[in-house]
Design a protein around this ligand. Structure first.
Ligand code: ASN
Length: 593
């Protein structure tokens, strides 16, 4: 994924004040942090604008910085993109809405389209027709405006620090570079396109010499979907509010699709398959001939297995696909595992025994047989049976406790401004999994050999629980409020996607010079699933493993992935044992400073 960084401040190069020094050193750190995201090329375009009264004195400096992880097109690409004075820092992928040929680069094509626009509405129209994840900063020369935004689902990270008296600079960046008491990064909101009007800024700054005020008075929020425009990708879809009929045939077994669901299963498969295809095709080769270009965050759960299987259909058969399966040495868990099944003991004794074990010494040999490793290996077998001729590199990523401790500070910096205990356990799991460094085996009983994945694209199964009602809370909602409550919960789920975890995950994974892609979060998939009547997606009256995200389970079994089709939901931090390493209790508690 690419790195985007933009700064605007009012310092003269020769000023040498301490606050200027702070801005300069933060900018240097932010350039560095963004460079990791785009290892292919990095560069800056700097614009110094003079005071009209005194042309020798620069009154504001704008820097556009971009780092490139080339994933589209054959030619070398330099970021930021520049055309006739227009500048685009682009971290994104165009999967629809603008023609990009297999040999072409999406950033280059997008800038051509943007540069031709004469009015802001045209620019808004271009983005409202684009399907794909993005975060960008764009300077449009004719309008003399700076625009920045993320896609409506927030699938790419973009942070903003708005100028304050302590740090009078506008900073927009894909990633933070650690904490500083004066740096107030927050995620750029996805409900609008943010705009800074340069002429307004200049007028205000010339009169008041107050940078903070000038920035405030010149920034505005442009609606993503002006009333008279019909834009298919300007906002995530609304959930179908229809209440199911009092009686409808229930799914008896996942192996038998009731007639009324046969069409929806097929249509869902076609749309998800296309979304996956768009995310694995035309990836330029950067590793050795015959090496993997595509990898999957692979827990062996239903979502990641379906994604791996669909990727297989579109990646050339002679090319391996890497499956990243992460397991943590978690001293607390290992001590408990050592004790065997204490669940059979009476409660009081269980508690006493647990405490004694937690205080005792850890086992001598770390174990990486975490729940996700067990299901991962089972699904590997199922995929091997179903996809003859494909090499699946099952990458066992084993993370010793000490390595987790050593990486902690870096991961905490990368995930900022996210800062809870749960953020950290998820971020650690993603950080190590996506790095793709571990061991592989040529056969189940063979000795492992070290392996580092060269794949730049990392597929993730995230999103299906949100769309199809895969969480326990959906069942709970049915319990207290019936179908209307489930529908409300599903809508909330979609509305929350942009502010939840995707920005954080992007910041973590991209630090390895890789890019996550989420087939379930294609806007086409989202609007198809959202539009289905609720009882087509899930049936909370059926047991877990059947009724939760039922439509996907039917699809999965239809593909032949019988074992995968009935796997139960397990959060990544628990499946990999990255959670509660040191006995932390509350996931939503803020991390200690
Ligand atoms: N990787 C990126 O985010 C930018 C663009 N899709 C490229 O491949 O150049």
């Amino acid at each position: 994924m690419c790195g985007v960084f933009f700064s605007l401040h009012g310092y003269d190069i020769e000023e040498n004040t301490s606050s200027q020094e702070l801005v300069y050193s933060l900018c240097a750190n932010l350039r560095k942090a963004n460079a990791e995201r785009g290892p292919d090329r990095q560069s800056s375009i700097v614009r110094r604008i003079s005071d009209p009264q005194d042309l020798k004195r620069p009154v504001r400096t704008a820097e556009f910085y971009g780092s490139e992880l080339r994933l589209r097109g054959e030619a070398a690409i330099q970021q930021p993109h520049e055309l006739n004075g227009n500048i685009l820092c682009w971290n994104g992928e165009i999967f629809g809405g603008l023609e990009v040929g297999p040999q072409e680069n999406d950033g280059v094509k997008l800038l051509e389209a943007l540069a031709a626009a004469k009015e802001a509405d045209e620019i808004i129209g271009i983005f409202g027709r684009l399907e794909g994840p993005y975060g960008f900063v764009y300077y449009h020369a004719a309008l003399n405006q700076i625009l920045f935004a993320r896609d409506p689902l927030g699938r790419r990270s973009l942070l903003v620090h708005r100028p304050t008296a302590e740090l009078p600079a506008l900073l927009i960046s894909s990633v933070s570079s650690g904490t500083h008491p004066n740096l107030n990064f927050e995620e750029v909101s996805t409900d609008c396109i943010h705009c800074l009007d340069i002429p307004t800024f200049d007028r205000s700054y010339a009169v008041t010499s107050n940078f903070v005020e000038a920035c405030e008075s010149s920034t505005s929020q442009l609606p993503r979907c002006p009333q008279d425009l019909k834009l298919p990708y300007a906002a995530p879809a609304n959930v179908n509010p229809a209440i199911p009929p009092a009686e409808f045939p229930q799914v008896q077994t996942l192996g038998q699709i009731p007639i009324y669901l046969q069409g929806p299963v097929d249509e869902f498969l076609a749309i998800l398959d296309k979304a996956t295809w768009l995310r694995v095709r035309d990836i330029p080769r950067t590793g050795a001939e015959g090496s993997a270009r595509v990898s999957v965050l692979f827990s062996g759960g239903i979502d990641s297995t379906v994604v791996a299987y669909l990727a297989h259909k579109h990646v050339p058969l002679d090319e391996p696909i890497d499956l990243f399966n992460v397991g943590f040495e978690n001293p607390r868990k290992m001590k408990l595992q050592q004790a065997g099944n204490i669940g059979a003991l009476p409660r009081r004794q269980q508690k006493q025994k647990k405490q004694a074990l937690e205080n005792g010494p850890p086992p001598a040999e770390p174990s990486y047989r975490v729940p996700d490793r067990v299901t991962g290996l089972q699904e590997l077998e199922e995929l091997r049976r179903l996809c003859p001729g494909r090499t699946w590199n099952f990458v066992e990523v084993n993370v010793p406790y000490e390595e987790t401790q050593n990486a902690r500070e870096r991961v905490e910096d990368l995930m900022l401004p996210s800062r809870t205990v749960m953020d950290l356990s998820l971020a650690l799991a993603l950080y190590f999994a996506a790095r793709g460094k571990g061991q592989i085996r040529s056969a189940p009983a063979a000795d492992p050999v070290p392996y580092t994945s060269p794949a730049r694209v990392v597929l993730s199964g995230l999103g299906s629980d949100e769309l199809l009602g895969g969480y326990g809370r959906h069942r709970t909602a049915y319990g207290y409020g019936g179908w209307p409550a489930v529908i409300e919960e599903l809508q909330l789920e979609i509305d929350r996607i942009p502010t939840r975890n995707l920005g954080r995950d992007d910041r973590i994974i991209s630090s390895h010079g890789k890019e996550t892609r989420h087939p379930f979060l294609s806007l086409d998939v989202v609007s198809f699933v959202a539009g289905l009547p609720v009882h087509y997606k899930m049936d909370p009256r059926l047991e877990t493993g059947t009724g939760d995200k039922m439509l996907l389970r039917l699809l999965t079994q239809k593909l032949g992935l019988v074992e995968a089709s009935c796997r139960k939901k397990r959060a990544m931090q628990f499946g990999s044992h990255s959670a509660r390493m040191d006995g932390e209790k509350k996931g939503d508690a803020a991390l200690a400073e």
